[in-house]
Design a protein around this ligand. Sequence first.
Ligand SMILES: [Zn+2]
Length: 524
Amino acid sequence: MLDFSGLPRYGSVRPKHVASAIDQLLGENRALIARLTAKATVASWKEFADPLENANERLWRAWGVVAHLHAVEDSATIRGAYNANLPKITRYRTELAQNLQLYEKFKALRASMGFEELSQAQRKIVENDLRDYRLGGAELEPPSKRRFGEIQEELAALEAKFSENLLDATKAFSALIAYRRELLGVPEDVLEAAKEAALQDGQEGWKLTLHAPSYGPLMQYAENRDLREKLYRAHVTRASEFGNPALDNTPIIARELRLRKEKAQLLGYKTFAELSLVPKMAESPAAALDFLDDLAARALPHARKDYAEMEEFARAELGIQELQVWDIAFASERLRAKRYAFSDQEVKRYFPEPQVLEGMFRLVESLYGIRILPDTAETWHPAVRFFRITDPNEGLIGQFYVDLYSRETKRGGAWMDEAITRQRIPGGLRTPVAHLICNFPAPVGNKPALYTHDEVMTLFHEFGHGLHHLLSRVDDLGVSGIRGVEWDAVELPSQFMENFCWEWGVLTRLTAHVETGEVLPRSL
Ligand SMILES: [Zn+2]
């Protein structure tokens, strides 16, 4: 954990290493801060801001490894190590953000002659830091500072508990189906995966779970309405007051809302929404709500029309008198099959995983003049792959991990996260590294995994975030890659990438029928 010379050592880090590594880094950083805040230290970039940023980066990188493993390979021991060390990290963050002497040094740097000579990136970092000291409570009176610190610590613990509860509640549910007739309509590859999952438990039949590769297709294809209802209810009540009280997130939500409001008011804002928007692009909570209301007003008439059509179709063709929420995905899939004479299942057969990855890589190669090649690294799971991005002269630009498949130990959803952020360092350049994490179905047997068009869009979306991080040309940590980007603007590169999933020229390179190798026919 203390080796920062290269890639994170995912294969070698053990939970028992965490506490001593974190303690050592915290000790070093506190000693450094004492030196940096001394009167004799000049408030310059080189003597003050840069050493502070580098020391913090080492801590964030070490902690980032633990947080990442907690999210993607959540064993009891890694969870234990995460939760045992989280309060130390939160306390340090608060202490850092509230350090009035550091804040004063930054103000002195901002006011110095040297400030105007800094690069645009460095000036932006100093401005952001000044804002963050204020939002971190540096200007508060001592009793409010203490209270602010307590709130930060409690919020961090609540956030960790919230996602653990959700993962545990998702894992806690499964349904073993003994008869295949209960599973009419369910696609063959989903059945095979369910059978395989049952076998791994030493059972016969089909094991259904609430993980995306099982739950999604079941809701979309299972003709068995009672089964859909059962799964839907289990899914929507995970970690709620309707399930195991030990995993109930309701009190956590209530407590978080109270603490967020208290925190905002300590800083002089009326609501948490106001505080949250300070570092974002939207001007005010009212502007954000106006945007959503306007969107709703434009979308609603179309949604109502679609819904009425679906109700009519469900009555006439599916024998469903009153459409329920667990019927929506099923009925819309059937309606699509009827109206456009194709199903998602049919489209999926044109999107085998190797073709999709290959097609996406070749696309960005031609867009950005880069090369993407297989690479090797220590990983946290055998299914994880690793790639490098180079320029046409084989100069290294960045590297990334791809972890596509859903697992019991992985948090739900899809995301991109930074492992290493680009930085100019003495004697060279530290190139960036990203994690791309999805919850897609894994291949069963020797057949490749097949993806729906939605899943392909998700992959493109996350790769868009990845490219934002990896193709950065900024040399200073604080605004390199996705850092320092307003959080309501960070979705631009990801949505930009999504658009290519609708381009015919791209689709022809992204698709190859799993049996015939043909590209997607235009009619589909
Ligand atoms: Zn996104």
